[in-house]
Design a protein around this ligand. Structure first.
Ligand code: PMP
Length: 434
């Protein structure tokens, strides 16, 4: 079988490792036995020198590719100048520059203020605290299928798999869940349907009527494209209706773009496709190309309600991650990565849809936007087999949802790499039924 090593630049690898043996060798449970040692662009080299084409981007993180020279240079320069000073207690110029640069991209009305964190979950926690504090209301709503992180508040908002909650209760009080936008393909007819009614009927006629009055709800947290839940893209009209519902009751709309933001969908923020403007926007993952940085941005009057010391973080927005973040924003701009994400995304999408057309009994849906593409399989076992076999052939992809494989390469992914990825994926899907 051809493997990707023969087509990629870089040090020659040893024979591809025996994944089956590694999986059963008693190592910690991981998706598959990848041992990354170094990486550049969209290529990862493992401990044995094998090369892999990365359609994970470190789980939607390495937006500018692994070790982009501009990011590495910015990090190195910053590391020689100032490694740390707590931005929660003092005025760090680079922190302010990162906040301003981010705020300038945010599709939020009026002046925007930002708060920087170390991770997505921390940014979600901060947004939840801010929403409750600024509105004085106790309840928050998120959606079934949502993933917002694993700290207590974020974990309580999460509702994509039972395993995220099991054994950790009691969870944070005041969090309620509603059905997410429906985007499904009929397995018999192939027709795609979007359903908005279920969400709004549930919110208005069940949740607000019998559980909590809307005047007690601080915020609705939404992923504009659901990530861990299966790469589900809602109809633009669904998001617009959510905005109207929030306006009707004075509820804040919080967009969690930890996975869908920073250019992944071909726009800086996925919510831009709908024209909807959130009150609070959350980012992390791709924001600093791999350094630990997260952020939540809000309409200035909301953030300004916080008095001194209401929120803080020793490391959040530390100088080196901020340097990586500023370099990431500038590379996204200077290298036209939004346009590239759209172009390569469309190419991948049409190639994956061809694979779907050829294997309608194996693949049941291909959906997504930009370089945030989900390929749904008939069963979780099939998806798992595809994931492992792709790894064995040098292609890194990762499951999400119940039976979906996500294709989310770095935004620098090239046409040649997309062609190779499609060829390997097609071979793997071909043999997956056997
Ligand atoms: N929100 C979303 C939408 C995510 O996809 C994730 C991570 N998968 C998080 C929050 C949590 O981010 P982190 O792992 O950095 O805490």
């Amino acid at each position: 079988m051809p493997d990707v090593r023969t087509e990629l630049p870089g040090p020659a690898g040893r024979a591809i490792i025996d994944a089956d043996a590694a999986v059963t060798s008693g190592s910690l449970p991981r998706a598959y036995p990848l041992v990354p040692r170094r990486a550049y662009g969209s290529v990862v080299e493992d401990a044995d020198g094998n090369l892999f084409l990365d359609c994970n981007a470190g789980i939607a993180v390495t937006s500018t590719g692994h070790c982009h020279p501009a990011v590495v240079a910015a990090v190195t320069a910053q590391a020689t100048e100032l490694l740390h000073y707590s931005a929660s207690d003092f005025y760090l110029p680079i922190y302010s520059r990162m906040c301003s640069a981010l705020a300038a991209t945010a599709p939020i009305d009026g002046p925007v203020r930002a708060f920087l964190t170390n991770s997505g979950a921390e940014a979600v926690e901060g947004a939840m605290k801010l929403a409750r504090y600024a509105t004085g209301r106790p309840y928050v709503i998120s959606f079934f299928g949502a993933f917002h992180g694993r700290t207590y508040g974020a974990m309580t908002l999460t509702a994509s798999k039972a395993k995220y909650h099991k054994g950790f209760g009691p969870l944070v009080p005041g969090v309620l869940h509603a059905p997410y936008a429906f985007n499904r393909v009929d397995p018999d007819t192939g027709a795609r349907s979007h359903d908005e009614e279920e969400t709004f009927d549930y919110l208005e006629n069940t949740l607000f009527r019998y559980q909590v009055p809307p005047s007690e709800v601080a915020a609705i947290f939404v992923e504009p494209v659901q990530g861990e839940g299966g790469y589900i893209v809602p109809h633009a009209a669904w998001l617009a209706r959510l905005r109207s519902l929030c306006d009707k009751y004075g509820i804040l709309l919080v967009a969690d773009e930890v996975q869908s933001g920073m250019g992944r969908t071909g726009r800086m923020w996925a919510i831009e496709y709908s024209g909807v403007r959130p009150d609070i926007l959350i980012s992390a993952k791709g924001i600093a190309s791999g350094l630990p940085l997260g952020a939540f941005m809000a309409r200035a009057p909301l953030m300004e309600k916080w008095g001194a010391g209401a929120h803080g973080s020793t490391y959040g927005g530390s100088p080196v991650p901020c340097a990586a973040g500023l370099a990431t924003l500038s590379v996204i701009e200077s290298e036209g990565l939004l346009a590239n994400a759209t172009e390569q995304g469309e190419f991948l999408m049409s190639g994956l849809r061809e694979i779907w057309a050829e294997h309608p009994k194996t693949v049941t849906d291909v959906r997504g936007v930009g370089l945030m593409i989900g390929v749904e399989f008939r069963s979780a076992e099939l998806a798992e087999r595809v994931q492992l076999r792709a790894f064995e052939r040098g292609l890194l992809v990762l499951e999400c949802g119940e039976s979906t494989i996500r294709v989310s390469p770095p935004l620098v992914f090239t046409r040649e790499q997309a062609t190779t990825a499609l060829r390997i994926f097609a071979e793997v899907v071909n043999s997956a039924g056997t």
